[in-house]
Design a protein around this ligand. Structure first.
Ligand SMILES: [Zn+2]
Length: 309
C-alpha cells in the first residue's frame, strides 16, 4: 500500500448552510467508513495538508478574485452564485482544499508515496479564473497541474475528470497550456451546459458527453477511450484525477449508473498506465458526490485500487 490520504480539518469550515447538497457530512462519511476498514486505514500514509498560498492560487486565478474571496470570508461570507456561498471559514477551507492537492503533488514527486487521495472540500472543477461557480471556489486540480509544471518541472500533466458534471472550470484554467491534457466524461446535456465533444479547447481537451442511464460498462469504456486518445504521443509525468462520486448510481445530482467497483477498475487501469508513464504518480482529489453513503463506498473502492501495485 503506497497511498497518502491527505485532508485538513479546515475543509469542514466551509459552511454552505442547511440543506445544501455540498456539506461537511460528505467528508465525515468518508472518515466514518474508513474506521470500518481498519486494514485500509492502517495501510495509508495519513497527512494533514497545508494551505495553498495566494501566489500558488494565482497560477490559475486572478489575484483580484483571490483577494475578493479572502475579503468576503473575512467579512463573514456571502453568496457567490446561484448555488455557491462563502462563509467565514471558507477562505481557510478553500485554501486547505487546494493546498492538500499541492501536497499530494509534492509527495508524488518525492515518491513519498507516489499516489495520494485528497479528501477535500469545497470542490474545484467548476471554479473559473475570476469567479466561483457550482459549489467551487478555487480550481484545486487545475492549480495543482500548473504547480506541478512550475515547481517540479513536469512537462506533461494528464487530468482525468469523471465527475458527472463537465469540468468547465478546469478546462478554462488549463486549455491554454498544451502541456496539460484534460479528459472529462460527464452527463450531457446537464449542468453546467458545456462540454460538447466538439469543444476541444486548444486541442488539449477531450470532452466525453454521455446520456444518463446507460449500463456502467458504456461509461467505463468511453472514459478509457478518452484516456487513450489524450495520451497518444503524450506521456504524462503526473496524472491528476478529479474524482467526483456523483457519477455513481443513486446520486441526486446525476443519472450515471456506475458502481464503486467500476471506479475501482478504472483506477486500477489508470495506476497501471501511470506505472508505465511516470513511475505511478497519481494524485486524486474529491470533487462532487452527494449521496454521502455512496461517496464513502466509492472513495474506499478508489483508495483500495490506488494502493494496488
Ligand atoms: Zn459534479
Amino acid at each position: 500500500m503506497t497511498v497518502a490520504y491527505i485532508s485538513h480539518s479546515d475543509c469542514g469550515r466551509h459552511d454552505t448552510g442547511w440543506g445544501a447538497p455540498e456539506h461537511v457530512g460528505r467528508l465525515r462519511a468518508i472518515t466514518s467508513a474508513l474506521k470500518y476498514d481498519l486494514e485500509l486505514f492502517g495501510a495509508m500514509h495519513h497527512v494533514e495538508g497545508r494551505h495553498a498560498t495566494a501566489e500558488e492560487l494565482a497560477l490559475a486565478h486572478d489575484a483580484r478574485y483571490i483577494r475578493a474571496i479572502h475579503d468576503l470570508a473575512a467579512r463573514g461570507g456571502g453568496r457567490l452564485d446561484a448555488d455557491t456561498v462563502a462563509s467565514e471559514g471558507s477562505w481557510a477551507a478553500a485554501t486547505a482544499a487546494a493546498g492538500c492537492v499541492l501536497d499530494g503533488v509534492d509527495l508524488a514527486f518525492a515518491a513519498q508515496p507516489m499516489r495520494a487521495f485528497c479528501a477535500v472540500r469545497p470542490p474545484g472543477h467548476h471554479a473559473l479564473r475570476d469567479a466561483a461557480m457550482g459549489f467551487c471556489l478555487f480550481g484545486n486540480v487545475a492549480v495543482a497541474a500548473h504547480y506541478a509544471r512550475k515547481k517540479h518541472g513536469a512537462e506533461r500533466v494528464l487530468i482525468v475528470d469523471w465527475d458527472v458534471h463537465h469540468g468547465n472550470g478546469t478546462q478554462a484554467l488549463v486549455e491554454d497550456e498544451p502541456g496539460i491534457h484534460f479528459v472529462s466524461m460527464h452527463q450531457w446535456p446537464w449542468y453546467p451546459g458545456t462540454g460538447e465533444a466538439s469543444d476541444r479547447g486548444r486541442g488539449n481537451v477531450w470532452n466525453i458527453p454521455m446520456p444518463p442511464g446507460l449500463p456502467p460498462a458504456a461509461y467505463v469504456d468511453a472514459l478509457e477511450r478518452g484516456i487513450d486518445d489524450a495520451t497518444r504521443a503524450f506521456t504524462p509525468d503526473l496524472v491528476l484525477v478529479s474524482a467526483g462520486f456523483d457519477c455513481l448510481r443513486g446520486d441526486p445530482l446525476g443519472g450515471f449508473t456506475l458502481e464503486p467497483e467500476d471506479l475501482a477498475a478504472v483506477t486500477r487501469r489508470l495506476v497501471a498506465r501511470a506505472n508505465d508513464w511516470c513511475g505511478g504518480r497519481v494524485v486524486s482529489a474529491l470533487e462532487g458526490g452527494y449521496a454521502v453513503d455512496r461517496v464513502a463506498q466509492g472513495v474506499l473502492a478508489h483508495l483500495h485500487a490506488l494502493g494496488a501495485t
